[in-house]
Design a binder for this molecule. Structure first.
Ligand code: C2E
Ligand code: CA
Ligand code: CA
Length: 728
């Protein structure tokens, strides 16, 4: 490139030098010649005229015989010219015959001038004056010589000197370009040049690589073609996009910026320096900092992770637990710290050696870690002590599920270096905020609770708080009993009447399941339904309720009792996991119950989480005559949108709103609004939990459709309900 421009510069100076030199060499002598020739002609002309005047005098004095005044004429013609330049003068008569001439010899070539002589209006003769051109040509040659010398000199100046200067300049430029090019091509940093395209708002809309050095291509294990012409964002990743605004400033103001990227799909890190070498261009220099990053990560790993198991160490654990506590205090959620110590680990170390012990710790860590969510942290504090922080605990009992999983994960034997090993663990649990407000206290209390587990026989967990232990114990007991309750036929159903708000006659009944625990007696559904849902036991239990209700509906209808609706509560798990409409269909067929007497109660949360899933199938059951109602309406924190899109038959206004309507204006307003809304939408409403006549009156005034509550009836045994219905 530089060679090319140097050559064209040379051609231009050559042409210029030739032009100027030739102009001087030709122009000066030719001008000199022309001017001198002109003056020569002028002097010839005036000399001829002078001679003519003189001859005229002789003619006038002797018009007849002037031709013969030889002496006077010769004398006249021999007179030297006024400028003393040698000249030949001839006098001719009117016939052209020579009358007289001077004797001056004249070198050739010559130039002459002729002038006529008049006498009384007629031409009587001619004077011819000639001069030699040789002196003029000699001088012109001298001038030409001088001009050529001048031209040559100018040629030297115009051609030689600038060319040398240009050559030196270009040489220096070429040298430096070569230097930079070889640097560009051999430097270990990748370099890429990007073409910037701006959109209408002046924002960068695209960046395209238009040039790159081999090191840049090597970043992609490819040749230059795999880089040039590619979209820069695609090539260098989204971090590039994050710096769009800064890059805009790079193009606009020429600021230089630097940032770090991790090349997409690799674990290579680069420090990127960005500058704008020209308008519309961005250059990026990529310095490979992978090694530095990796060693930083290594250092961090060493500082925050246990070298044996790879689990977080004490330092990282305290960092995480403090974060967890901050989050829990903000969200008002729970947090649990589980302290696990392996039982009799020292024996293994002492008898089988440290390498077996270490291997066992590695495998224990792996098994334990499988039961820890990514949002939680399991750490090794040292030796055989592990500690876990469980965040966002919605129910404190969930800590027992984790503890149990951790303990059970150790039950299968470990095969280490050809040996079958068995190990168990003891766990202590401390809960935030009940058992401590800071990390140290929580860990200390979990540790203390762990010792209780050791004392009471190991391979178990214990809460720090005795009350929690008692509750956990009870819950575990209930859980065990619940598993057996189905086969032991400990469940039964009660029916609670639902009345027409105007006529106060029974229009429906809600089936409510009860559990008769062998030792604890009646356990309220709120204490076992959530547990049954957690255990999945709600599926067979729900099916049993539905079958029992349908069988009863059929036998009572056969016995001629009024065909009222029977409402069955259905858990969202039943909707999610069973083919519910099919189950209902089967039960209806088996029992022979009239579908129009069946109503399914769903909760708002069930509708919201299952919307778009099995919900449309559920509503398909309405075609068989089954009614669908929304239970605990208003407590679900859900959007009301579903109410206008789903074909709902009834909404049940939650007891929490009804209980205070006679005293609380807000609750009055809510109940009023729900009733008005359901009327507008053509959905019937049922008020739950009516206990007083004031509540009843208020609801009747508002135009409530149906009423359920202790004011009329508590849930009744089937026999009691049958009697009541018959008496109606
Ligand atoms: P729910 O569906 O809201 O049932 C109404 C609850 O309110 C019943 O409590 C009923 O006894 C109570 N109740 C009725 N009237 C009054 C009143 O005037 N005052 C007061 N204080 N309470 C009244 P229960 O029987 O303890 O049932 C609790 C919850 O257990 C039910 O709430 C329901 O969500 C669930 N449940 C009951 N049986 C079943 C079932 O078979 N399957 C499912 N999945 N859940 C059930
Ligand atoms: Ca209900
Ligand atoms: Ca309810």
């Amino acid at each position: 490139m530089i060679r090319q421009s140097s050559n064209s510069m040379q051609r231009i100076t050559l042409a210029l030098a030739w032009g100027i030199s030739l102009l001087i060499a030709l122009l000066a002598p030719s001008t000199f010649f022309l001017v001198s020739y002109q003056s020569l002609q002028n002097s010839l002309k005036s000399q001829t005229e002078l001679t003519v005047y003189a001859v005229n005098d002789i003619i006038v004095s002797n018009p007849k015989m002037w031709r013969f005044a030889e002496i006077r004429l010769s004398e006249l013609l021999e007179r030297p010219a006024f400028d003393r330049v040698p000249q030949a003068v001839k006098l001719l008569d009117d016939t052209g015959e020579e009358v007289a001439k001077n004797r001056t010899p004249l070198a050739t070539p010559r130039i002459s001038h002729i002038h006529e002589i008049h006498d009384a209006g007629t031409v009587v003769g001619r004077v011819v004056v000639a001069r030699s051109l040789r002196p003029l040509l000699k001088n012109t040659a001298l001038v030409a010589l001088g001009s050529i010398l001048c031209g040559a000199l100018l040629f030297y100046f115009f051609r030689k000197l600038p060319i040398e200067a240009i050559n030196t300049a270009f040489k220096t430029l070429e040298d430096s370009e070569n230097k930079y090019r070889s640097l560009y091509e051999t430097m270990k940093e990748g370099m890429a040049l990007h073409q910037v395209v701006l959109d209408g708002d002046g924002k960068i809309s695209s960046l395209t690589v238009i040039n790159a050095n081999p090191s840049c291509a090597a970043m992609f294990d490819g040749d230059l073609d795999s880089v040039i012409g590619k979209d820069s964002f695609e090539l260098f990743g989204d971090t590039f996009r994050e710096f769009l605004l800064e890059m805009r400033a790079v193009v606009e103001h020429g600021d230089a910026i630097s940032f770090e990227i991790c090349l997409p799909g690799t674990d290579y890190y680069y420090n990127v320096q960005t500058f704008s070498p020209d308008t519309g261009l961005i250059a990026t220099l990529f310095e490979d900092i992978t090694e530095t990053r990796k060693s930083e990560q290594q250092i961090q790993k060493m500082a925050y992770f246990d070298t044996l198991t790879g689990l977080p160490n004490r330092a990282l654990f305290y960092d995480r637990i403090n974060q967890g506590i901050a989050l829990a205090s903000r969200d008002k959620s729970g947090l649990a710290v589980l302290f696990l110590d392996l039982d009799r680990f020292k024996n293994i170390n002492d008898t089988l050696g440290h390498s077996v012990g270490d291997q066992l710790l590695i495998e224990v860590a792996e098994r334990l870690n499988r039961h820890i969510r990514t949002s939680d942290t399991l750490a090794r504090l040292g030796g055989d002590e592990f500690v876990a922080v469980i965040n966002q605990l919605s129910d404190q009992f969930n800590a027992t599920i984790v503890a149990r999983n951790l303990i059970e994960s150790l039950h299968a034997s470990f095969s280490i270096m050809g040996k079958e090993l068995h190990i168990t663990g003891s766990i202590g649990i401390a809960l935030f905020p009940d058992d401590g407000n800071d990390a140290e206290t929580l860990v200390k209390h979990a540790d203390m609770a762990m010792y209780t587990s050791k004392e009471t026989g190991r391979n178990a967990f214990n809460f720090f708080s005795p009350i929690m232990n008692q509750k956990a114990l009870m819950r575990m007991e209930i859980e065990t009993a619940l598993r057996l309750a189905m086969e032991r036929k400990e469940f039964f159903i009660e029916l609670q009447p639902i009345m027409c708000a105007d006529s106060l006659t029974i229009t429906a009944a809600e089936a409510l399941v009860r559990w008769n625990h062998p030792t604890r007696g009646r356990i309220p559904p709120n204490d076992f339904i959530p547990l049954a849902e957690e255990m999945g036991l709600i599926l067979p239990l729900g099916e049993w309720v539905l079958r029992t209700v349908c069988t009863m509906v059929k036998s009572w209808s056969d016995a001629g009792l009024p065909a009222i609706r029977y409402c069955v509560n259905v858990s969202s798990l039943q909707i999610e996991q069973q083919n519910f409409p099919e189950l209902v269909h089967t039960i209806l067929k088996e029992s022979g119950a009239n579908p129009a007497q069946l109503e399914i109660e769903l909760t708002e949360s069930c509708l919201v989480t299952n919307f778009g899933g099995s919900i449309p199938d559920i509503f398909g059951m309405r075609a068989w005559g089954i009614a669908i109602s929304i239970d605990d309406f208003g407590t679900g924190y859900s959007s009301l949108g579903y109410i206008k899109t789903l074909p709902i038959d009834h909404i049940k206004i939650d007891r929490s709103f009804v209980s205070d309507i006679s005293t609380n204006f807000q609750d009055q307003a809510i109940v009023e609004a729900i009733i008005a809304m359901s009327q507008k939408l053509g959905i019937k409403n049922i008020a739950e939990g009516v206990e007083t006549s004031e509540q009843l009156e208020f609801l009747q005034e508002q135009g409530c459709d149906e009423i359920q509550g202790y004011y009329f009836h508590k849930p009744l045994s089937l026999e009691a309900f049958e009697t009541l219905l018959r008496s109606q």
